[in-house]
Structure formats: structure tokens, C-alpha cells
Design a protein around this ligand. Structure first.
Ligand SMILES: Cc1cc2nc3c(=O)[nH]c(=O)nc-3n(C[C@H](O)[C@H](O)[C@H](O)COP(=O)(O)O)c2cc1C
Length: 158
């Protein structure tokens, strides 16, 4: 509209777009929660970004990358187990958490998540949960669809 001659390529558009949208969504979630609302990020929009863009009638160069549900919660689920700070906070350079620390976290987290009925019935660990949710064939198809949408929308080179 302004007549700027620069035309960003697919990657120049994709990376800043994802960061911009995610920062906005996180700030909206924090603001909403501070006002007593609940939020849920919906990444399943990645399954059909092109279709969502059509339904929402977003203009060219806009990518629906994240949906944020806002509302008054009718439940207060328990806080899920968190990684120890040592495993996620790094100073000056990345320091890989030890296998011992990771194993300890998973053992404790699995126990807590089973207790809070986070997993589906019959599932007792993150390993089973993820393997069940992300079957290799399904993931291949999912990635393929996502790539096709991004290419058709001009956010990935064809
Ligand atoms: C990038 C991203 C995508 C998500 N997508 C979905 C989704 O499609 N459906 C859903 O029910 N929850 C989704 N969630 C919400 C998570 O399942 C989870 O409830 C949320 O991250 C809070 O987790 P916590 O209690 O461990 O902090 C998503 C969260 C993130 C960060």
C-alpha cells in the first residue's frame, strides 16, 4: 500500500510472523488471566491453516498460526508437573540436563499425571501418551498437509 519496494521471501515472512503472533497470544493470555479469565492455545489450527484463513477471510500474507480461546473457566485443573528450574534455565550457554535429572522428572511427572487423570484410560506415561497421539504415519500426513498449506499461502518455497 505504501509502495515500499522490498518484498520479503517466504522465510522472511514466516519466522517473524510466528514470533509476532506467539508474543501477542502470550501477552493476551497473561492479560486475560490477570483479569480472571481462562485461556487455551489451539495449535490444531495447523491442521488446516488455509481453510481457517478462508473461513476468517484473512487477507493475503496473513497466516492463522494460533487460536486463543478466552472465557470464564468452569473448572480449575491441577497444575501439571513442571521441569525443575535447573533443567530449563541456562546462563550464557546451554547446559544439557543430565539423564539422571530427566529420568527423575519423568518418573515423578508420570506418577502425578496418572493421579490427576491427565492421560487417557490405560495410559501410564508420557511415552505412551505421545506415541498414541502421534502415530508415525499420521505425523507424516500431518506434516505433508501443513507444508502444502504453507506453500500455497506463500509462506514456504514451493
Ligand atoms: C502451541 C500450543 C498449542 C496448543 N494446542 C492445543 C490444542 O490444539 N488443543 C487443546 O486442547 N490444547 C492445546 N494447547 C494447550 C495445552 O494442551 C495445555 O493445556 C496448555 O499448554 C497448558 O498446559 P500446562 O497446564 O501444562 O501449563 C496448546 C498449547 C500450546 C502451547
Amino acid at each position: 500500500m505504501l509502495g515500499v519496494k522490498t518484498e520479503f521471501g517466504p522465510l522472511g515472512k514466516l519466522i517473524p510472523s510466528i514470533i509476532d503472533a506467539t508474543l501477542v497470544a502470550q501477552n493476551m493470555a497473561l492479560a486475560a488471566e490477570s483479569l480472571g479469565l481462562g485461556t487455551v492455545f489451539i495449535g490444531s489450527v495447523w491442521d488446516s491453516m488455509k481453510k481457517v484463513a478462508e473461513i476468517l477471510k484473512v487477507p493475503r500474507n496473513v497466516l492463522p498460526i494460533l487460536i486463543l480461546c478466552l472465557g470464564y473457566s468452569d473448572e480449575t485443573p491441577p497444575r501439571r508437573p513442571r521441569w525443575p528450574r535447573k533443567a530449563v534455565l541456562h546462563e550464557n550457554q546451554y547446559s544439557m540436563p543430565t539423564k539422571k535429572l530427566m529420568k527423575e522428572y519423568y518418573r515423578k511427572a508420570n506418577r502425578e499425571l496418572v493421579k490427576m487423570k491427565y492421560f487417557n484410560r490405560g495410559i501410564n506415561s508420557w511415552v505412551e501418551h505421545w506415541q498414541n497421539k502421534f502415530d508415525p504415519e499420521y505425523v507424516k500426513e500431518w506434516e505433508g498437509n501443513m507444508k502444502k498449506d504453507l506453500q500455497e499461502m506463500g509462506f514456504l518455497p514451493s
